[in-house]
Design a protein around this ligand. Structure first.
Ligand SMILES: [Zn+2]
Length: 276
């Protein structure tokens, strides 16, 4: 296994960095610098936990401590499920796979970006905000997990994890997925939409809560991204946790998603006129 050649630590922080909380029963969230990782539990089996996403480059120790602090002694996650393969979601994955010796699952269309076959486009400086202006400096080359990564089953199930299903929510990346627990309508949206203005250094730093489309500098297929948000909205999530920002629930979430879909061009899509 190896990271891309442009793999590096990114000096970014937020006031939420290091914090841990329970967003719903059996759904634990940890913020690593500016990205979230999740431990989710199969509520029907004792001590059956799964890690969703794998944090920022250099965050392996933080994620391992998170797992050791919150899981019963001796329990490790059974697998890692990736919402997508961007650097801030796979930053510690090689160390984690080596430490725990567990499988990784991702959408079929995301596999080439996780096996060294396809690189993501370089970050776009088109959106406003320092985080976006810095984005060409963020790693975009494919990592290679070799045979450690497998395709998720096409029927929406997740191996060994009951109660949850995955949905294909492309746009931010080709094989982006979100996770949904039908029973109490808990959603892990990944970066299909986020609850912080991820392009702005200031908003990321203070982590103020506001619904936005996917991080603009790394999103290129805006029509698909909109369809994905509509698909998630139609599920009427009771609470949604995203790859960046804090959990959002109830009316704030419902109103925010409605507004995001209605004013998609204005809220989500970068202003293309700036470069004309
Ligand atoms: Zn992303």
């Amino acid at each position: 296994m190896e990271y891309g050649k442009d793999y590096k630590k990114i000096p970014a922080l937020s006031t939420a960095s290091g914090s841990t909380y329970e967003a719903a029963p059996g759904v634990l969230v940890k913020t690593v610098q500016i990205a979230n990782v999740f431990l989710i539990q199969d509520l029907m089996v004792k001590d059956s936990w799964f890690l969703v996403d794998a944090g920022m480059p250099g965050s392996a120790d933080a994620i391992i401590s998170f797992s050791e602090e919150v899981l019963p002694k001796g329990v490790i996650p059974k697998a890692i499920i990736l919402t997508h393969g961007h650097f801030d979601h796979v930053g510690a994955i090689i160390e984690l796979v080596q430490k725990w010796n567990i499988p990784v699952y991702a959408h079929q269309l995301e596999i080439p970006y996780l096996t060294g076959k396809k690189d993501y486009p370089e970050g776009s400086t088109l959106p406003e905000g320092i985080m976006a202006k810095l984005s060409p400096y963020y790693p975009n080359e494919s990592i290679n997990l070799g045979e450690h990564v497998s395709e998720l089953p096409p029927d929406g199930t997740i191996p060994f994890l009951r109660g949850w299903r995955w949905l294909h929510t492309p746009g931010h990346t080709e094989g982006h997925i979100s996770l949904f627990r039908e029973e109490d309508r808990v959603m892990i949206a990944g970066d299909a939409f986020v609850t912080v203005r991820q392009e702005s250094l200031y908003h990321v730093l203070i982590q103020d809560k506001e619904i936005h489309g996917p991080p603009q500098y790394f999103t290129f297929e805006w029509e698909k991204a909109k369809d994905s948000v509509i698909k998630l909205q139609e599920l009427k999530p009771s609470v949604s946790i995203t790859g960046h920002g804090k959990a959002m629930e109830g009316a704030e979430l419902e109103d925010g998603l409605r507004e995001l879909v209605l004013r998609w061009e204005e809220i989500a899509v970068p202003d293309r006129r700036q470069n004309m």
